[in-house]
Ligand binder design. Structure first.
Ligand code: IMP
Ligand code: MG
Length: 179
C-alpha cells in the first residue's frame, strides 16, 4: 500500500517557530548555559536547528530509548538503549523531544534524569498531541500543538522513512481515500 504525505506545518513555519523557541531559551537562561539532551533518533533535526539558534553557551548529549511494542502506539514500557556520556549534576538540563504523544516515554525519562541531580530540568518539544496524553507531563517549551494525526518529517518517521522531510507532514495510506 502506497502512503501519501500531506503538509501539516510548512518548512518556513517550523523554522520560524524554532527561532522563537531558541530566543525564549536564550532569554530564560541569560548569563548561564544549557545542556541539551537529544532523544534519538527523532529529535536530531530539531535539536540541531534549535541549538544553532541559541545564543548562550550550549553543550549536547544524546540518549536513546525504545518503547516496547510495535506500530504507531507506545506500550508504556520503556527500555534504555543508549545512555548519556556525561553526568548531569549541577547542570541546567533541557530534554529535547520531537513529539509528546501518550507522555509515557517522557515520564520515564524525567524520572530517570531527575535522579541524576541536575541543577534544573526542563522539557522542550517540537510537537505535542495533548488529546493523546495518558500520563501527565509538564512541558516548558512547545513548538506546536497538533491534532491526533500520525505525522512525519523533521526527524519523525513512519517505519524509519521520511525523517529527512524539511516540513511536518501527515501520512495517509492510499486506502484512506476510499473512506
Ligand atoms: P509517547 O511515549 O506515547 O509520548 O511516545 C512518544 C514517541 O512516540 C515519540 O518520541 C515518537 O517516537 C513516537 N510518536 C508518537 N506520535 C508520533 C507521530 O505522529 N509520528 C511519529 N512518531 C510518533
Ligand atoms: Mg521518538
Amino acid at each position: 500500500m502506497k502512503e501519501n504525505i500531506r503538509v501539516m506545518i510548512s518548512e518556513e513555519d517550523v523554522d520560524r517557530r524554532i527561532a522563537e523557541m531558541a530566543a525564549a531559551i536564550s532569554r530564560d537562561y541569560e548569563g548561564g548555559s544549557v545542556h541539551l539532551i537529544c532523544i534519538l533518533k527523532g529529535s536530531v533535526f530539531f535539536t540541531c536547528e534549535l541549538a544553532k539558534r541559541i545564543t548562550i553557551p550550549v553543550t549536547l548529549d544524546f540518549m536513546s530509548v525504545s518503547s516496547y511494542g510495535a506500530g504507531t502506539k507506545s506500550s508504556g514500557v520503556v527500555r534504555l538503549v543508549k545512555d548519556l556520556d556525561e553526568p548531569l549534576e549541577g547542570k541546567d538540563v533541557i530534554v529535547i523531544e520531537d513529539i509528546i504523544d501518550s507522555g509515557r516515554t517522557l515520564s520515564y525519562l524525567l524520572e530517570n534524569l531527575g535522579n541524576r541531580h541536575p541543577k534544573s530540568l526542563r522539557l522542550c518539544t517540537l510537537l505535542d498531541k495533548p488529546e493523546r496524553r495518558v500520563t501527565d507531563v509538564k512541558v516548558d517549551y512547545t513548538g506546536f500543538e497538533i491534532p491526533d494525526e500520525f505525522v512525519v518529517g523533521y526527524g519523525l518517521d513512519y517505519d524509519q522513512q521520511y525523517r529527512n522531510l524539511p516540513y511536518i507532514g501527515v501520512v495517509t495510506l492510499a486506502e484512506d481515500h476510499e473512506e
